[in-house]
Design a protein around this ligand. Structure first.
Ligand SMILES: NC(=O)c1ccc[n+]([C@@H]2O[C@H](COP(=O)([O-])OP(=O)(O)OC[C@H]3O[C@@H](n4cnc5c(N)ncnc54)[C@H](OP(=O)(O)O)[C@@H]3O)[C@@H](O)[C@H]2O)c1
Length: 340
């Protein structure tokens, strides 16, 4: 016996990847429903070798469904997730709406799978922000060995993190550079993204940081350890898929770069590609479609007593969103619902 599973936002970047990954990982599915807005009613989406027709989320009855993977943005989630949860369907949500609610677990399975049992308070589980997910996969095994005091991270985030409209904007503006008769003004982003980088993701906070930067701080504390201090600068770059991060870590204890490399090689969800030669590291283009978080450029930071620098790259639509959500569904199935 398998699960009756719902994917809400099935026509979007993350929703389509959720369907792909459920099929790729042979998730035990008895029945699957693909939902989107009324605008997309009847749109066809792929699930393995099958084609599903999308149904309208607004009129969908969640009773009798086991789990719903949501990837529809905070406003729509606010309206529909409580309905699904009240009907007994466990929601695994990709928006930021519930991430900081103390009664809702925020889970990256390689790091805090045991938090799954907290789901029952509200029947909702939150998935972290894309840039947090890949970073904490790398931080956790190092923290277990040498206790992290402080993290300084700069991100290089792809346009797919801003949904399908973000990808269209980079594509259209890039074409317009070669065909100057068409003008594509910034819409999804605040400045032109083609051949540019923008140090601004999500809204500004009172202290001058952005909400994306604040999310990395708050989510790392909730998932790994509230004692870890994080300071982040989040930057949008003209890459379609794949987020990169330059991470500087200060530990309580000394950690040698070779030992850090060995620890990361053994850690779940991580692939270390770290040769000190031309091309001996991973770039976002190479991680597209992969499950792993890739770590390169591991080296001592000799400007502080106990410091390590590293480069961390992952497919933001996978580990940063859809894969992590499917992994949470797997943990929920194995540890709690026990059907598959
Ligand atoms: N992209 C990432 O790297 C990433 C990472 C982590 C979390 N997330 C989160 O995942 C969510 C989806 O992101 P995305 O990148 O997939 O966005 P997207 O490509 O723009 O897709 C949005 C999806 O949501 C659906 N939707 C929007 N409003 C709806 C409504 N009122 N009722 C029903 N369906 C509605 C859309 O359906 P229609 O096609 O019918 O409009 C579409 O399927 C967001 O909360 C985002 O913050 C994204």
């Amino acid at each position: 016996m398998g699960y009756r599973i719902v994917v809400a936002g099935a026509t979007g970047n993350v929703g389509r990847e959720m369907l792909n990954i459920l099929a790729e990982r042979e998730f035990p599915v008895d029945e699957i429903a693909a939902l989107a807005s009324r605008r997309s009613l009847g749109t066809e989406v792929s699930f393995g070798d099958k084609t599903l027709k999308t149904q309208d989320l607004a009129t969908f009855d969640f009773s009798g469904w086991d789990m719903a993977l949501f990837a529809i943005g905070s406003d729509a989630t606010k309206e529909y997730a409580p309905k699904a949860a009240a009907a007994g369907c466990v929601v695994i949500d990709n928006s930021s709406l519930y991430r900081y609610d103390p009664d809702i677990p925020l889970i990256v399975p390689e790091v805090n799978a045991d938090a799954i049992h907290g789901y029952s308070k509200k029947n909702i589980i939150a998935n972290p922000n894309c840039s947090t997910a890949q970073m904490v996969v790398a931080l956790k095994p190092l923290h277990d060995r040498a206790r992290i005091k402080r993290v300084v991270v700069s991100t290089y985030q792809s346009v797919s993190g801003a949904g399908k409209e973000g990808m269209d904007e980079l594509w259209d503006q890039t074409k317009a550079v070669y065909n100057p008769t068409s003008d594509v003004p910034p819409k999804k982003f605040t400045k032109e993204i083609a051949f540019n980088v923008i140090p601004h993701i999500d809204v500004f906070m009172e202290d001058g940081s952005t909400k994306e930067e604040w999310k990395m701080v708050a989510e790392t504390k909730k998932i790994v350890d509230p004692k870890i201090k994080v300071t982040a600068t989040c930057v949008r770059v003209p890459v379609f898929v794949g987020h990169s991060e330059a991470i500087n870590i200060e530990f309580e204890e000394f950690l040698d770069e070779d030992e850090a490399r060995d620890i990361l090689r053994e850690a779940p969800g991580i692939m270390v590609i770290d040769k000190r030669e031309n091309g001996g590291y991973v770039t976002p283009k190479e991680c597209v479609g992969d499950f792993a978080t890739f770590i390169s450029r591991i080296r001592q930071d000799s400007t502080i007593e106990n410091g390590i620098n590293l480069w961390c790259v992952s497919d933001n639509l996978r580990k940063g969103a859809a894969l992590n959500a499917v992994q949470i569904a797997e943990v929920l199935g194995q540890k709690v619902l026990k059907k598959g």
